[in-house]
Design a protein around this ligand. Structure first.
Ligand code: HEM
Length: 404
């Protein structure tokens, strides 16, 4: 337990952290990777390059500093990050490394302003925060191992089938090499894939949402080919598309993530997706169809056009069921899309359209897609008076804010 003096020091440094937060975390990564280059096997190089991880960490440090005497209040955030950490294989022994370099960075950036008293207070506070993470993550590892068909590290999966779904999205059906069962998962969860790419010094780990319902003897992921092999996200997705084939082995961590469909509820549910954001939504849609045949579900998908629209036949087939409705939005339809009536609406999903077509009372909304799409949907739902507790969303990449 921290004493009052330490708590006061921590809280009084929040404005300083706010001012220097990103500089400190940027410096922290430089120092840490300098001393521990092996950690580059775990961290996402794309997020590092774009500064996304710096922001995510800085944000969490502020939150922790603000709530240092009441960490319970940020437990949901801790849990969400812990899911990611567990899926990446972060262990208790990693925490002192991060702590040491965070303190070094604070000292480096703040110079004399970071007195011994401040540094000591932060050392204590970091340990408290780290213990909170370690506690939650230890439970998650135990849970992952205990589950039927579960495991707590990496397991070898064979690419059983590789199916091209659109010009940019390809699905991979993964079955365990050991042929034992696989853990179930909650619709919306993801797995991490560890890739050793020829010519690359470090391992790349990426998370991909599971795009089929649970309860099969395989996991399915549907991966978008990102543009440009020079960008690290592009390099990994292009490698999966071009370099990984049926019969190949991938190293996979057990399903994780807290963006999940609440199947305890029977209220109408609207699943909205933009582009490859449809993957967790597909899992949710198929789960409602398989487990909640009484539940009204509306599937709204926005894509540029038919060439990049994945899994359309699957949704079409499910939409024949009475309790399933689907709408397709294309913002740049092709002539062929027009000729074949392949979409319902030309343009974007707008507030007015939602107001017209969707009964918002009692409805739960889940959405995932590019950030501008998510911002627009979030804003529209709020304008339409949808309560916060019925709005659920997932960012691909470190969590950010949807406020505009
Ligand atoms: C991800 C915070 C400790 C490795 C994250 C994220 C946050 C965070 C906010 C982003 C979560 C998201 O993507 O939604 C923290 C805090 C820590 C801590 C507050 C200490 C108390 C560690 C440790 C390691 C680690 C000890 C391992 C050395 C990672 C990695 C990611 C991550 C590899 C994913 C990064 C990416 O894919 O770009 N962490 N973390 N973290 N964390 Fe931590």
């Amino acid at each position: 337990m921290l004493n009052q003096k330490t708590i006061e020091i921590i809280k009084s440094t929040v404005p300083v952290l706010e001012k220097h937060g990103e500089t400190i975390t940027t410096r922290f990564y430089q120092l840490m990777f300098g001393n521990h280059p092996e950690l580059l096997n775990i961290f996402n190089h794309a997020n590092q390059k774009q500064g996304r991880q710096q922001k995510a960490l800085a944000g969490t440090v502020y939150a922790a500093a603000m709530y240092i005497d009441n960490l319970e209040a940020i437990l949901p955030v801790v849990k969400q990050i812990a899911h990611k950490h567990r899926s990446l294989g972060i262990k208790p022994e990693h925490y002192p490394i991060v702590g040491k370099h965070l303190l070094l960075a604070i000292k480096d950036v703040l110079g004399d302003a970071a007195t011994d008293e401040i540094i000591e207070a932060w050392a204590e506070a970091y340990n408290v925060i780290a213990d909170a993470f370690i506690g939650v993550e230890t439970e998650m590892y135990d849970e992952a191992a205990r589950q039927q068909g579960g495991w707590d590290g990496l397991r070898h999966f064979i690419v059983d089938r590789k199916v091209v779904e659109s010009d940019v999205i390809t699905s991979f059906y993964l079955k365990p090499e050991d042929n034992y069962g696989i853990a179930s998962f909650l619709p919306g969860q993801y797995i991490s894939i560890n890739l050793e790419i020829d010519g690359e010094e470090y391992t790349h780990i990426r998370q991909y949402s599971l795009s089929d319902a649970p309860g099969k003897d395989y996991y399915r992921i549907s991966v978008k080919r990102e543009a440009g092999t020079a960008n690290p996200d592009g390099m990994v997705s292009n490698y999966l598309h071009d370099g990984v084939n049926e019969g190949d082995i991938l190293k996979v961590s057990a399903p994780a993530g807290d963006f999940v469909l609440n199947t305890e509820k029977n209220t109408p549910v609207v699943l909205l997706s933009g582009g490859v954001g449809l993957t967790p939504m597909m899992s949710m849609l198929k789960t409602v169809v398989e487990m909640q045949p009484e539940r009204k579900v509306t599937f709204i998908h926005a894509a540029a056009n038919g060439n990049v629209h994945a899994l359309r036949e699957e949704v079409e087939e499910l939409s024949r069921l009475d309790h399933v409705t689907s709408y397709i939005f294309y913002d740049s339809p092709t002539e062929e899309d027009r000729r074949n009536n392949r979409f319902d609406v030309e343009g974007y999903v707008t507030r007015d359209w939602l107001k017209d077509k969707i009964a918002t009372r009692e409805t739960d909304f889940y959405f995932c897609g590019p950030v501008p799409f998510m911002k627009a949907i979030n804003r529209s739902l709020k304008d339409l008076g949808v309560k916060e507790e019925r709005i659920h969303f997932e960012f691909f990449g470190p969590k950010g804010s949807l406020e505009v």
